[in-house]
Design a protein around this ligand. Structure first.
Ligand SMILES: NC(=O)c1ccc[n+]([C@@H]2O[C@H](COP(=O)([O-])OP(=O)(O)OC[C@H]3O[C@@H](n4cnc5c(N)ncnc54)[C@H](OP(=O)(O)O)[C@@H]3O)[C@@H](O)[C@H]2O)c1
Length: 269
């Protein structure tokens, strides 16, 4: 019998690539999204359903999980992928912006996990894969709000892995480096503040410049698939992020910070 994966935020980027890759591998796919009517032809084949799911709306999480169970009978893997980045200086971030960032990247992910856990326990196991970021263990300028959410996802996931192991439920964290998706253009919301204009422009320039040279989402989809099938107990996977973690680990802190400043703000200390 085919296994089933439920993915949040499958309308584009990493979520869409992951849905297509699991489908190619013979899995049933619940490619959940906020705009199912926009799903491409790839999602109109047998073995795929596109339930509406907005992670900020708990009722849609429950209903998407029910629809998936009705259609495929079980859910083997949950991929918590939906997310976006609130960028800009913390001084310019409004309470509403910050709240929405956490509602999406953290509370939405938590509600999805809480809703699916009884299903996974009843089934006798499953895998929860949380898409964090290299920005879940490293930090870059003007990204404090986003980092706060992804660092939260890291800690939550690591702790959860201990409490769920006894139920046969594996937890995995995916920490991609920069990937060419809609993320930089449409998936990023900017907070502004007049005192930080120059810095904001420098970071925006940097992001525009690197976007075209970034790897495609398929590589991350393959890593997510590998994680879904990995029973070794491994927790973290860092597609395109390994070099950053290595440099961060071996370089003195001051040198690392100078490199980040030079790379993103065009200056060194
Ligand atoms: N691209 C990168 O460089 C990078 C690096 C590290 C980690 N990540 C993480 O990877 C994940 C996917 O991002 P991506 O790069 O693939 O960007 P993307 O192409 O912008 O995809 C983001 C997905 O999240 C969905 N989404 C946003 N808010 C949602 C909500 N409230 N409910 C349900 N879905 C929602 C979007 O849906 P709509 O189409 O409806 O907006 C879209 O499907 C994110 O968690 C991101 O933080 C990305």
């Amino acid at each position: 019998m085919s296994k089933t994966v439920l993915i949040t935020g499958a309308s584009s980027g990493i979520g869409e690539a992951t849905a297509k890759y699991f489908l190619q591998k013979g899995w049933n796919v619940a490619a959940t999204m906020r705009s199912p009517h926009k799903a491409g032809d790839w999602a109109k084949v047998k073995g795929v359903i596109c339930p509406f799911l907005d992670v900020t709306d708990p009722e849609t999480i429950t209903s998407a999980i029910h629809k998936t169970l009705e259609h495929f009978g079980r859910i083997d893997v949950l991929v918590n992928n939906a997310g976006y980045a609130l960028m800009g200086p913390l001084e310019g971030v409004t309470p509403e912006q910050l709240e929405h960032q956490f509602q999406t990247n953290v509370f939405g992910l938590i509600t999805t996990i809480q809703t699916i856990l009884p299903v996974l326990r009843r089934q006798g196991g499953g895998t929860i894969i949380n898409v964090a970021s290299i920005g879940g263990r490293l930090a870059f300028p003007l990204t404090s709000s986003y980092h706060a959410t992804k660092w939260a996802v890291e800690g939550l996931s690591e702790s959860l892995s201990y409490e769920l192991r006894r139920f046969g439920i594996h937890v995995k964290i995916i920490e991609p480096g920069g990937i060419k998706t809609n993320f930089i253009h449409h998936g990023t919301v900017w907070a502004t503040h007049a005192e930080y204009t120059q810095m904001i422009n420098q970071v925006k320039d940097f992001m525009q410049k690197i976007n075209d040279s970034l790897p495609e989402a398929e590589g991350v989809a393959k890593t997510i698939y590998r994680a879904a099938n990995d029973v070794s107990g491994r927790l973290r996977y860092s597609p395109y992020g390994e070099l950053f973690f290595l440099l961060h680990a071996i370089l003195p802190e001051k040198l690392w910070q100078s490199l980040v400043e030079k790379m993103m703000l065009g200056k060194s200390k």
